[in-house]
Design a protein around this ligand. Structure first.
Ligand SMILES: Cc1cc2nc3c(=O)[nH]c(=O)nc-3n(C[C@H](O)[C@H](O)[C@H](O)COP(=O)(O)OP(=O)(O)OC[C@H]3O[C@@H](n4cnc5c(N)ncnc54)[C@H](O)[C@@H]3O)c2cc1C
Length: 443
């Protein structure tokens, strides 16, 4: 059995996913000693757990640009791949992390509690309690903890105010919101890869193409079932017949409480059943299925911050003075099936509206009323509608990197994160070590 002694660092990052890894690297490059905690045995978050294996949204900048370069140059499944594989994603991050001596990574370590400093007027987080086996726990303490769990669980345990589900139209002046608030979240999707097996159905496979993203050719989702077969583009290149699929299609799976493991278990059971005809059809046509380890959760808790991002800021393309990450993506809600169908004739087709450019304010990373804590990625402070836009990996990564840099500054100044000067954070984010693009005018 390993040695499970308490640890301490300047910055504790919980969750080694799209936001958490850039957070850890950002903090380390800004001079902090970092512990990066991940409950899974492997790092990666959504690409490892849900097979979310392509970037949507822009810009891909900072640490993410280093990742993208490695994914393309060294870890791509094919020379001109449209998407990556979970293993490539993990290995690329491992390579980048191996050059960061100030990041100590602990996988298989789930944060199950929050340590608070004693005697402070405002609740102040001093790290987390980690469980590695039932009943085997230790503490990882630090000046600043960053919640990059995607579920906001650390912030909830810290006593932050949490949002869940849809806000009402009038709450934040959001035209796309329902009249009344409710607890429905964006659809879950169970992603999978398929691969054509040579000889499995050689005679008439050419007449049938699966939908999804083909590794070498375009993105023929969602109406490409009858498209002609994609042709390998480079002379002599063979077609690996590898596709990335959105199990459940544009409808996805609705009606589950994504905070509740039992409700998610039910989602898996029902998704297995409903995907079986899809899998049978693939098999008949000579494709084998590699299903992701678990169903993809787009939305869980969101943490109330000093600022709550909302639809009007996105659609009017606002860049607040404390912008610490820039974003370009649509409002991509994955609503309930009937709403999607009802809106199908309108401009937004009930789904992705593309794209707007806007700034993420630092205040949305700073939880309201709790010190010693920052939040980044899909659980940071925004409405259901705003989250449907800022949740994508390039943007989650930029917010993570910004949170990491801010945490390093707060730790070295012995200052609360909410009291930092955003200009100082922005200056460091623009530095040679960080390379985080903060304006679309930058080359
Ligand atoms: C089905 C689906 C399709 C998507 N498609 C795309 C797409 O095509 N392109 C795109 O860019 N984005 C896409 N997204 C969005 C994107 O994948 C996520 O929003 C993004 O990964 C969020 O990053 P994150 O770091 O906040 O969370 P995650 O990437 O989920 O990482 C969170 C990490 O925290 C860990 N963790 C959680 N709790 C604890 C704990 N208590 N202790 C320790 N570790 C913990 C988790 O294991 C995980 O590794 C999609 C999402 C889904 C679900």
């Amino acid at each position: 059995m390993g040695d499970h002694a308490d640890l301490s660092a300047d910055v504790v990052v919980v969750g080694a996913g799209a936001a958490g890894i850039p957070a850890a690297i950002g903090a380390a490059r800004a001079g902090a000693k970092v512990v990066l905690l991940e409950e899974d045995p492997v790092i990666g978050g959504a690409p490892s757990d849900y097979y979310v294996c392509l970037f949507y949204g822009r810009p891909i900048t900072g640490v993410n640009a280093e990742l993208e370069h490695l994914l393309k140059s060294k870890y791509a499944p094919t020379p001109r791949a449209n998407f990556f594989l979970p293993s490539g994603y993990q290995r690329a991050w491992r390579e980048i992390l191996s050059a960061e001596p100030n990041v100590r990574m602990l996988t298989g370590a789930r944060a199950v509690g929050v340590r608070h400093k004693k005697g402070t007027e405002t609740p102040r987080v001093a790290g987390v309690t980690v469980e590695v086996l039932p009943g085997v726990t230790f503490d990882v303490t630090g000046e600043i903890t960053i919640d990059c769990t995607g579920s906001g669980i650390v912030s909830e345990l810290a006593g932050c105010t949490i949002m869940y589900g849809r806000e009402a139209k009038s709450d934040f002046d959001e035209g796309r919101a329902p009249e009344k608030a409710d607890d429905s979240v964006q659809a879950c999707t169970w992603m999978y890869f398929i691969q054509g097996i040579p000889g499995a159905k050689p005679s008439d496979r050419a007449d049938w193409r699966p939908r999804g993203v083909h590794v070498n050719v375009g993105i023929p989702f969602p109406d490409a079932e009858r498209e002609p077969p994609p042709k390998p583009v480079l002379p002599g290149e063979t077609d690996p017949e590898l596709y990335l699929q959105w199990g459940g299609g544009p409808d996805g799976f609705h009606g589950y409480d994504t905070r509740d493991p039992l409700s998610l278990a039910q989602a898996h059971a029902e998704a297995y059943q409903s995907l079986e005809p899809e899998f049978a059809r693939l098999r008949e046509n000579g494709y084998t299925v590699h299903l992701a380890p678990r169903i993809g959760v787009r939305e869980c808790r969101r943490v109330v911050g000093e600022h709550i991002m909302a639809e009007p800021e996105i659609t009017s393309e606002k860049f607040p003075e404390d912008t610490i990450a820039i974003a370009e993506y649509g409002i991509d809600i994955w609503p309930k099936t009937e709403e999607r169908k009802a809106r199908a004739s309108s401009r937004d087709r009930g789904k992705l509206e593309w794209p707007w450019q806007y700034g993420i304010p630092y205040r949305s990373l700073v939880p309201r009323g709790v010190d010693g804590l920052l939040v980044a990625g899909k659980c940071m402070s925004g409405t259901h509608i705003a989250q449907s836009s800022f949740r994508v990996m390039p943007i989650a990564g930029s917010t993570g990197q910004a949170a990491g840099v801010a945490a390093a500054l707060a730790a070295s100044h012995r200052q609360q994160a909410r009291d930092l000067d955003p200009d100082e954070i922005r200056k460091l984010l623009g530095s040679k070590e960080q390379h985080l693009q903060l304006s679309f005018d930058e080359p």
